[in-house]
Design a binder for this molecule. Structure first.
Ligand code: GMT
Length: 375
């Protein structure tokens, strides 16, 4: 099958999922065309089955806002015609489903019928898409998609609650390729981060408000009072400066390492003992799943789709959003006892394996067949 994948190419769960899915589909013999404004961060190599087409938006002084949707839909039309692409799979409703719909209509006017699958990822529904400025366009483009998928049961519920959706929403969970994490790194550089008697606690995100970065710092501040430890903060985003200031206030600057964005999160997770994800909302929590496959237990909030991945008392613990005291207590409970820590580590991996990529990609292939039959 020749499939166009539209996604955000930057660091962020939806782009990562779209890229990993495209690579897995290409490995199964499909021809994949990534169409976006920058080469996706996890897309290292192009090959016979993987193409990348950049959407360029020429700057024009008259435009206060440069029209990306227009450029994207035109690019989709051109690439579908040039490469005889058979299906569009758009990740994240705004503006991808909208641009995809326009491309579909333009192609239809030329006698080309192309099905569109839309995958909803979270903030496109729970935060941004729900805003009155976008809501009608988001609802419209979801309803006009041939097949709609959401990455968790929780996100499906949110979608049906927030929007008037007439389409069936299929839950297809995010996934992990465990084979990538099979080999333990021999150069797992733990001693560069912490002393031998210290535990390493990690948080990875785009440092947006929804991630509750101050909670991450506060949880760690409490844990390190009892357990010698370091906090590794991976990512970049608007809340980073605030986080640095809070570390200063709490006098833990020497215990917190801000690493910035990284393409090698598995190298960081391989020396991590505990992962913190206290988000306000999280449709799935891919970062938690990536931690778990690396045998890292997760202390998280119990919001959105996180309970579908992190199992309370098994792979980690879940608490109400904002309950930093309980999250810290649970973190200490895991870290203080080596045997318990090891049990949680093993359990984390076991739970993560339920989201093995080889079980999920065939579901997307079935979804594509369904889209053909409906288009
Ligand atoms: O979490 C973010 O801020 C990024 C966002 C994205 O679109 O990349 O993540 C969303 O999609 C991910 C992949 O499906 C999910 O794992 C995240 O839970 C979801 N984020 C939120 O719902 C806040």
């Amino acid at each position: 099958m020749k499939i166009a994948i539209v996604c955000y190419p930057t660091f962020g769960g939806s782009g990562v999922v779209a890229t990993e899915l495209g690579i897995a589909l290409a490995n199964r013999g499909h021809e994949i065309h990534f169409i976006t404004y920058k080469q996706p961060v996890r897309l290292a190599l192009l090959n016979n089955n993987i193409f990348y087409h950049e959407v360029h938006v020429p700057e024009y002084a008259l435009f206060h806002y440069q029209p990306y949707e227009l450029a994207l839909s035109s690019k989709l039309v051109n690439m579908v015609k040039m490469y005889k692409i058979e299906l569009l799979h758009v990740h994240y409703a705004i503006p991808h489903a909208y641009a995809g719909y326009m491309a579909k209509k333009m192609l239809q006017s030329e006698g080309i019928n192309i099905p569109m699958v839309t995958t909803l990822h979270g903030t496109d529904i729970t935060l941004v898409g729900n805003h009155p400025f976008y809501k009608p366009a988001v609802a419209f483009s979801i309803n006009e998609s041939d097949v709609v998928t959401s990455v968790s049961a929780s996100l499906k519920e949110d979608t049906l609650r927030f929007f008037d959706i007439k389409k069936e929403v299929h839950v297809v969970p995010n996934f992990i390729d465990s084979t990538k994490y099979d080999s333990d790194f021999t150069d797992c550089q733990r001693d560069m981060m912490a002393d031998a008697d210290e535990k390493i606690i990690t948080h990875i995100s785009n440092f947006r408000k929804v991630k509750r970065i101050p909670d991450v710092i506060k949880i760690f501040a409490k844990i390190q009072e009892q357990i010698p430890s370091k906090l590794v903060m991976v990512g970049e985003g608007p809340e980073k400066e605030k986080a640095e200031r809070l570390c200063k206030e709490l006098e833990i600057t020497d215990r917190v390492i801000f690493l910035g964005n990284s393409n090698e999160i598995d190298r960081i997770l391989c020396f991590t003992d505990l992962f913190l994800l206290p988000s306000e909302t999280e449709s799935f929590g891919l970062a938690a799943l990536e931690a778990m496959i690396n045998k890292v237990p997760v202390i998280s909030s119990n919001t959105g789709g996180i309970p579908e991945i992190n199992k309370h008392g098994v792979s980690g613990y879940l608490s109400n959003v904002g309950d930093v005291d309980e999250m810290a207590e649970n973190g200490i409970k895991i870290l203080i006892d080596e045997q318990r820590l090891n049990d949680f580590k093993e359990n984390a991996k076991k739970e993560a394996l339920k989201f093995e990529i080889e079980n999920v990609v065939p579901i997307y292939e079935e979804i594509y067949q369904k889209a053909f039959s409906l288009a």
